[in-house]
Ligand binder design. Structure first.
Ligand code: FAD
Length: 384
């Protein structure tokens, strides 16, 4: 347990920020989370929680609620886009649980977020606080918000996502590369599919230059989610944003050569959101003195392995473990230990995600799904 009453500031009440807040509080730390939005919207997005993040969510006390609300697919199914031939099938449910000791669940992203938020007391989170800049002193960090207000903390965890202000302050303005691709996604009531419901699997349909992933996001299968990846010349004008709308007719046309099961889903969906797919290289470092980056702020990745939030959750528990029992004068060293432990794995998955080949054909997923961030050894020196 932490003896002093030092204060750790966290920027961003997203999946990673809330998870690290919960993990640090469980170790006796005093934390405050600053979030730019006033209220979270239930935007259309699903999320796959593979066994590796499920072990983190178990440690945070969120697993029972997730098991109650989430859809548990029969298998991770990979199919050819037009013939529907199965190219690879990973048995899930008891098979995956026996193999890795945790389930593989699919949920609405907002439901996962709410479940994590429910283990963090309301008074710890300040909404409507948009960080504008930071200034680091010898033993504190001063935060300045866009409304001109300031706060001083003993250390800062930046979980401010893909457009991280803290990352830019630490490493200079980032210039991501547009991949020429966009992701369309939405959730919609399964009742719109009528009596032609989707398979009870998480299914990825692989085309030559585009794909679509489809699954239910609720335990009672009343909500369907899909996410695509497809080329789009004008896609660079789109932001990486959860709320930018797309044109459903453009999407249907782009998948008109796909299997009738896919076309039926696209015909049934009333609206879609659009997310530009940008590429970024691993950062040279994640920490500077008493400031440290976590989640998408330091390793944003294309969603092709369904590991972005998984990595943020693994970061959260490893960072909390590195800080356990550490007094403020040891924070900078603890942050380095976290970077040494996490960077090789997160960078490997970040680079592998960009290839978009994961699980299309026979693949051994042990190194990704079999990892346990709650017990994995911590690294005490830099790794090349
Ligand atoms: P976020 O969840 O983005 O949270 C950042 C928070 O910081 C937000 O609340 C934001 O409002 C706040 N913030 C930002 N700037 C400021 C500021 N200046 N001041 C104050 N607050 C600020 N991952 C998976 O594991 N499985 C999946 O199936 C999956 N599917 C995906 C599908 C799509 C289409 C996409 C785009 C991503 C997907 N991901 C998936 C990735 C996953 O959503 C992200 O990796 C994850 O949300 C990262 O969490 P985070 O906490 O780092 O950032």
């Amino acid at each position: 347990m932490q003896s002093s009453r030092s204060l750790i500031g966290i920027i961003g009440a997203g999946i990673g920020g809330l998870a690290v807040a919960a993990a640090l509080r469980a170790r006796g730390f005093n934390v405050r989370v600053f979030e730019q939005t006033l209220k979270f919207a239930r935007v259309g997005a699903g999320i796959q929680m593979t066994p590796n993040p499920m072990k983190v969510l178990r440690a945070l006390g969120v697993e029972p609620e997730l098991r109650r609300i989430s859809f548990e697919p029969v298998s991770g199914l990979n199919r050819d886009y037009d013939s529907g031939a199965v190219t690879n099938e990973l048995p899930l449910r008891t098979a995956i649980e026996d193999r890795y000791g945790a389930p593989y669940l699919c949920a609405h992203r907002a439901d996962l977020h709410t479940a994590i938020k429910n283990v963090v007391p309301d008074e710890v989170i300040s909404f409507g606080r948009k960080l504008a800049g930071i200034e680091q002193g010898a033993s504190s960090v001063t935060l300045t918000f866009t409304d001109g207000s300031t706060e001083t903390v003993d250390a800062l965890i930046a979980a401010d996502g893909v457009h991280s202000v803290v990352r830019d302050a630490m490493l200079g303005k980032e210039e991501p590369r547009f991949t020429g691709r966009v992701a369309y996604r939405t959730t919609f009531p399964a009742s719109l599919l009528g009596d032609k419901q989707i398979a009870p699997s998480r299914t990825k349909w692989w085309g030559p230059d585009r794909h679509i992933v489809i699954y239910y996001v609720t335990a009672n299968r009343d909500e369907v989610y899909f996410v695509t990846s497809q080329p789009e010349d004008a896609g660079w004008m789109t932001r990486e944003s959860w709320s930018t709308k797309g044109d459903v007719n453009v999407l249907r046309e782009a998948f008109s050569a796909f299997h009738p099961e896919v076309r039926r889903v696209l015909e049934s969906c009333p609206e879609v959101y659009k997310w530009a797919l940008l590429a970024r290289d691993p950062l040279p470092r994640w920490t500077e003195g008493r400031v440290v980056l976590l989640g998408d702020a330091c390793h944003p990745m294309p969603p092709y392995m369904a590991q972005g939030a998984a990595m943020a959750l693994e970061d959260a528990i490893v960072l909390a473990r590195c800080l356990e029992g550490v007094e403020p004068e040891g924070f900078a060293t603890a942050f380095k230990r976290y970077e040494w432990t996490r960077k090789p794995r997160a960078s490997q998955i970040q680079q592998m995600s960009g290839k978009n080949t994961w699980m299309q054909h026979n693949t051994n997923p042990d190194w990704v799904y079999g990892y346990d961030a709650v017990t994995a050894p911590l690294t005490d020196s830099p790794v090349d």
